[in-house]
Design a protein around this ligand. Structure first.
Ligand code: PEP
Length: 251
């Protein structure tokens, strides 16, 4: 299946720097030729800019979070319907930085995924274990529990999810899961999707995230069940990001 590369800018950017970066992305030949699929998830304040620069290209874009509520007295929250006004295609839900710093539970993440799907936005469901959980041998149990909460909430719509396996110990640390380590987790997630969605689970995309760089992307993306990447730090560097897009197109 065609690989999907998604950049996560996290809380970085400003209008001027974004413009340069987006113009560079818009000119990327691997994306323009359709050799890989690609998206950028930016802070909500810049979604209008992504829409302006990318709407005439093959790029898609997304947000990094969404409210579990539809509308009302939820100061500071942004609903899925509001994101849809900016034609977003994706929204990250359950990123480990949200689980860790904002106390997001599996059930809240599941509710967010439901809201996104109801608005016609594809949730990218992030799952992953901490270093302590890996050392205790709990990796598979943790990721299965996190994904099960979402599958349970969205029912037959599970076929429409994108899943991102992001070991917490690899995010922003420069430490990457080895390709076989990542593949082992992806295979478990694949089996879970197939159990929930039948053969459609075979075509659901499972991305790897956690210090993916120009240097390690090709080896990770060569694994059977690694269908793309969720890229933080390297997505802010046009040359590195374009090398990852190249690796995804060649994989
Ligand atoms: C992320 O933010 O989802 C991520 C994978 O970050 P990094 O690539 O910087 O590890």
């Amino acid at each position: 299946m065609k690989k999907l590369i998604v950049g996560n800018w996290k809380m970085n950017g400003n209008l001027t720097a974004n413009q340069d970066l987006l113009v560079a992305l818009a000119g990327n030949q691997n994306v323009a030729s359709g050799a890989c699929d690609a998206a950028v998830c930016a802070p909500v304040s810049y979604l209008f800019q992504l829409k302006n620069v990318l709407e005439t290209t093959r790029w898609t874009w997304g947000a990094q979070d969404v409210s579990a509520h539809d509308a009302g007295a939820y100061t500071g929250e942004v609903s899925a319907g509001m994101l849809k006004d900016f034609n977003v295609r994706y929204v990250l839900v359950g990123h480990s930085e949200r689980r860790q710093y904002h106390g997001e539970s599996d059930s809240l993440v599941a509710a967010k995924a439901q809201r996104a799907l109801a608005a016609g936005i594809t949730p990218i469901v992030c799952v992953g274990e901490t270093l302590a959980e890996r050392e205790r041998g709990e990796t598979m149990d943790v990721v299965k529990r996190q994904l099960a909460a979402v599958i349970h909430a969205v029912g037959h719509c599970a076929t429409e999810l994108v899943v991102a396996y992001e070991p917490v110990w690899a995010i922003g640390t420069g430490q990457t899961a080895s390709p076989p380590q990542a593949q082992a987790v992806h295979a478990v997630l694949r089996a879970q999707l197939v159990a929930a969605c039948g053969e459609h689970g075979m075509s659901s995309r499972i991305l790897y995230g956690g210090s993916m760089t120009a240097a390690n992307a090709a080896a990770l993306l060569a694994e059977n069940d690694i269908d793309g990447g969720l890229i933080g730090g390297a997505s802010l560097k046009p040359t590195d990001f374009s090398s990852i897009l190249f690796a995804a197109s060649a994989a």
